[in-house]
Design a protein around this ligand. Structure first.
Ligand SMILES: Cc1ncc(C[n+]2csc(CCOP(=O)(O)OP(=O)(O)O)c2C)c(N)n1
Ligand SMILES: [Mg+2]
Length: 797
């Protein structure tokens, strides 16, 4: 913070009319710049009369939300200066991205990041033209917007991101505007409860500003039509103290907002001071602001006989140019109403007395390093994952182990090694035990800042295991906010319920894709998602808990951002997670097993296998030095087990068949190298899969994904994929495989059908496989568990 600034800063004095008048000028300037971004191609200072050729042909963007958010921005600036705050702003209704750009431009950040958009008339003209324009910048608070960590295009994640940002950042305040429509979304509605997870000593504060402008796109909002008392009761019930700022007269509103801002900031400081001086972490009632202003405030009042300001019609562009004569005039009048000539000099520079209101240097909202979290990222201290190796014993598959249980020990020690830097958390919706990461509780607690009972299990207000809120949305949103501000973590969830955050992960992948094209956005730690409790074993849950479709969803995202790993055993899982936790700017999806399963690879073999991502398992193959008759490939722990079991039957019964066994850990190896950076070249692929031999691919997820990834390969018509086909219920683990045809008996039969050269030699084996399937059904219906020869099967080659 610049000391000279602090000494002379008028914001530190009383809230004078003079100060408020200047703040109103900033607000007018921000409103002017925001409106012009929607419309203007030229004539940025309105020096000439406005004509239709100066106006964009296609006007796209939003207005209704903008003036309210500009109002918030100028008042946050004052608070930053008055209290020397370290503060970022997240815009929940980020569709009005022009507001953030306008303020970044006014305080100089924008021109520092984008020197071509200079602080003069030429720069201003470019600023206007580029907005929502081909080759320009998006209309939302996109990655291109300095300071933003919440795009706000898909509504609902503002508060979750804000909490993620302030965890372990005790000096940071994350102010977040929440659209009153946004507040109706599921994720936002539950995110008020995040205050139960905030530690007033070790974490920073979130300041929600509910932007009650009354309307969404075409409807009133629910909050807008609730009574004052209901709103108060609602927020009291959620543990917040709402402070109301309501009205439409600018100068009255400025005073109320400034005073309210002082009240809430002082309240936050008092809460933190008390907690930090006394060590009392009892959950405080945090303040928030309810800002009730007209939608499209200061915009056109009536257009084409319809009310715009204070109505839902202000949501997007308030004036179309359908009737140019009339509409250009209204636009001109509206833009002139801000009196740009009183705000900018004739060269287009903001007048110094207004500019003075901006915080300085990195205190500016757009320049705060938390808004470009890679700047603050420090590598995790990682224990050597090889020290957690599972000893596979005498031979491949001779011992059982639980992959997630072993991973838990590694994660426990990551917690230990990074205790001092407090930059690692793990997230899960009430499932850390269920997903077998129990070892972490040897050194860590669950985060919980509410009432505690003696009977509770590992709850504490300073826990770093974020698993005590049953909300996939919050786990994902908090983690994203945590990563975006330069920290590390992962989210382990039931595979089927990862679908709940499909869209959030997609938005994050989009964010990263754009960041990769912006040199000033520093790399952040990858978003690591562990899919647990997978489709293949759902003992007490069954069909509702079976859905591997998250993989299909992620596979369609930009190749330079997404990665999918299917480690077949513990040592491979450890190797994959070590890699994922060190990586940057990816969305890594790891499918992991939590049940006792045979362990196939020693640690040194696992490291080799995972480094390559795909490979022949020589010990399971018998085609050495010859052409295989058939290739067995697999991806995922259970399909690998069944493929190996099928191979062992075939090799016992028909030893002349030459089988090649391939395991895939890194799914994108299947895609051509031209499509994905991990993809094999055609030559490499053909070397493994052959150009002309049948391939049986036993897959963890829906079969279509493997077909999609391999459809350009030479042998694509010879690949026969078995995967989940939406069959399941409460039954035995092996029966789920049988119901979906990925079991050993069906696989052997498939192989026999694909090998016509066997003539009739396979007939008896085929028949015995059918017999086994009948035997299996009869046995499970009688005994409720799998045939001993299945349950106790071991690889014995
Ligand atoms: C999850 C989601 N659903 C729907 C939309 C489409 N949409 C964009 S803006 C909007 C209305 C938002 O209203 P509000 O949150 O009150 O914002 P504001 O009034 O400040 O514009 C809707 C429905 C969206 N962006 N995200
Ligand atoms: Mg609204």
């Amino acid at each position: 913070m610049d000391n000279t600034e602090i000494v002379t800063c008028t914001e530190k004095g009383p809230i004078t009319d003079e100060l408020l008048t200047r703040m109103n000028k900033w607000w007018r300037a921000a409103n002017y710049l925001s409106a012009c971004q929607l419309y203007l191609l030229s004539n940025p200072l309105l020096k000439e009369p406005l004509t239709i050729d100066m106006i964009k042909k296609k006007i796209v963007g939003h207005w209704g939300t903008v003036p309210g958010q500009n109002f918030v921005f100028v008042h946050l600036n004052r608070a930053i200066k008055r209290y020397d705050l370290d503060l970022i702003l997240l815009s929940g209704p980020g569709h009005g991205g022009n507001f953030y750009i306008a303020n970044d431009y006014l305080d100089g950040t924008y021109s520092e990041v984008y020197p071509n958009i200079s602080e003069d008339e030429t720069g201003m003209q470019k600023l206007f033209k580029q907005f929502s324009f081909p080759g320009g910048v998006p209309s939302h608070c996109a990655p291109e917007t300095p300071g933003s960590i919440n795009e706000g295009g898909e509504l609902g994640y503002g508060i979750a991101h804000a909490f993620g940002a302030v965890f372990d950042n005790p000096d940071l305040i994350a102010a977040v505007t929440v659209g009153d429509g946004e507040a109706e979304t599921g994720p936002l509605a539950t995110s008020w409860q995040s205050n139960k997870f905030l530690n007033p000593i070790l974490d920073g504060a979130v300041l929600p500003i509910l932007h009650l402008n009354g309307y969404k796109i075409a409807n009133p909002t629910i909050f807008a039509r609730m009574s004052h008392e209901e709103i108060v009761d609602f927020f009291h019930g959620c543990g917040w103290e709402p402070y109301f700022v309501e009205g439409d007269d600018p100068m009255t509103m400025h005073r109320t907002m400034a005073e309210t801002m002082d009240t809430v900031i002082e309240k936050i400081k008092a809460i933190q001071k008390h907690a930090r001086e006394t060590g009392d972490t009892t959950r405080p009632v945090w303040p928030m602001i309810v800002l009730r202003t007209p939608k499209g405030w200061t915009g056109p009042k009536v257009v084409d006989g319809k009310r715009i300001e204070g109505n839902f019609l202000a949501h997007q562009v308030p004036i179309s140019m359908e009737k140019p004569e009339e509409h250009v005039k209204i636009l001109e009048q509206w833009l002139h109403s801000y009196h740009p000539e009183e705000l900018f000099d004739e060269n287009g520079r903001l007048l110094p007395d207004i500019k003075e209101l901006a915080p300085v240097g990195r205190a500016r909202i757009g320049a705060n390093p938390h808004g470009n979290g890679g700047k603050l990222l420090r590598d995790l201290r990682m224990p050597d994952f090889r020290d957690y190796a599972f000893d596979i014993g005498e031979g491949h598959g001779s011992k059982d182990g639980q992959d997630m249980t072993e991973l838990g020990k590694f994660v426990r020690d990551i917690f230990k090694d990074n205790e001092a830097s407090r930059n690692f958390r793990i997230f899960g919706p009430d499932e850390t035990n269920s997903n077998r990461l129990n070892s972490v509780f040897e050194v860590q607690n669950r985060d919980w800042n509410s009432e505690l009972l003696d009977t509770d299990d590992h709850l504490s207000p300073d826990g770093r295991v974020m698993d005590s809120m049953l909300s996939e949305h919050m786990c994902e949103g908090w983690l994203e906010g945590y990563l975006l501000t330069g920290r590390h973590g992962f989210f382990a969830t039931y595979e089927s319920f990862a679908r709940i955050i499909d869209s959030m992960a997609a938005q994050h992948a989009k964010w990263l894709k754009v960041c990769n094209q912006l040199p000033w956005r520093e790399e952040i730690a990858s978003l690591n998602l562990i899919m647990c409790s997978t489709v293949w074993q759902q003992d007490h849950n069954g069909f509702t808990h079976q859905d591997p479709g998250f993989l299909d969803h992620i596979a369609n995202k930009k190749a330079d951002v997404v990665r999918i790993y299917l480690p077949p055993d513990t040592n491979c899982l450890l190797s994959c997670m070590d890699h994922c936790l060190r990586s940057k700017n990816y969305v890594n999806v790891v499918v992991a097993s939590k049940h006792p399963r045979p362990q196939w690879l020693s640690m040194s073999d696992a490291v080799k296998h995972c480094t390559q991502g795909i490979g022949i398992w020589e010990w399971a193959s018998n085609d050495q030095g010859q052409d295989p008759d058939i290739v067995f490939a697999c991806a995922g722990e259970t399909p690998t087990l069944e493929a190996l079991a099928a191979v062992s039957i075939l090799r016992d019964q028909l030893p002349d068949i030459k089988i090649r066994f391939i395991n895939v850990v890194d799914l994108f190896k299947l895609q051509p190298s031209t499509e994905h950076p991990h993809g094999l070249t055609d030559a490499e692929y053909d070397m493994l899969f052959t150009k002309d031999k049948p391939v049986i691919f036993n897959f963890h997820g829906y079969a279509g994904l493997v077909h999609e990834l391999t459809y350009r390969r030479h042998n694509n018509r010879l690949i026969h994929v078995r995967g989940y086909k939406e069959e399941g219920t409460i039954t035995t683990p092996f029966d789920v495989r049988v119901q979906n045809d990925i079991d050993r008996f069906h696989l052997v039969q498939l192989a026999l059908r694909l090998l016509p050269q066997l003539g009739n030699k396979g007939a008896y084996l085929y028949q015995s496989m059918s017999d086994k399937l009948v035997e299996h059904k009869q046995y499970i219906h009688e005994y409720g568990q799998d045939l001993p020869e299945v349950a106790e099967w071991q690889w014995s080659k």
